[in-house]
Design a protein around this ligand. Sequence first.
Ligand SMILES: O=P(O)(O)OC[C@H]1O[C@](O)(CO)[C@@H](O)[C@@H]1O
Length: 284
Amino acid sequence: MKRGSHACPASDPQGRRSGRVLTSLEGKAALPLAVDPGTGRLEFRGGLPPVTPAVRTLAEMREVLEDPAASGPDELYYMYRDVGFPQDRERLHAHGLRYDITVILPVRVGREFAKTAGHYHPDVPGANLPYPEIYEVLHGTAWYLLQRRSGDGVSDVVLVKATPGDKVLIPPGYGHITINPGPDVLVMSNLVEKDFRSLYEPYRLRRGGAYYCVTGDGGEPRFVPNPLYGAVPSLRVVSAAPQPDLGLDPAVPLYRAAAADPSRYAYLVRPQERGEALMRGVAG
Ligand SMILES: O=P(O)(O)OC[C@H]1O[C@](O)(CO)[C@@H](O)[C@@H]1O
């Protein structure tokens, strides 16, 4: 048996393939959690209060797909919002923060790799600066496709490649999609201001992001521009770099760092206090 795995039967509320060996997330998440790689469902252990996930269905995603009529599984990803032990959640809430976990199945929809719907964040009230967000990979591989809105189009498109432990700061003003380009289920966490509502309309209007991630001839992922954006800047690829001064350390789970000292992440609520430092992750 693989280290970090447990041979207990997985639950399968949707009646999908289950009963597989669960993969523990405890090492990377610092929470007693495991994932069923077949169903994408999380198992909450050790007294961690279970959360019912919001489900993103293929029906909802059609308007942001390269091919809106493509076939794929009925359910694409699961969003477990506000995860944590009660005392930690209260501490995070007191600082205006929330910790979520998202599970993206390793599937294709037509020739597109599984991805999130994509959204921008609204401005912080009175600051004329949108909220940033931190993502962290707990299992699998994540490709974060970021784009900066400019007038009717986009002025910058960046792909940040991340593997377990990596943390990626979505800078103010960048919309984002997460792609699962790998053969494994992707499990990632995020830390974000707890109350704002994401803005989906710009992505819906153009049927997704500035690029689609599709299967190449050999089955490998490759990017094709979305023609509804007109001319798009070429894709800049960067890797997820540690930023210790922003609390982004690959060796320290985000949950542990945030629960221990939520004030380190005050910049997610008041980004105007950190200014240009928040743009470093997308610098060329
Ligand atoms: O809202 P979308 O584009 O479906 O993306 C989902 C992701 O966004 C979040 O709502 C946080 O921004 C997460 O819960 C989740 O990972």
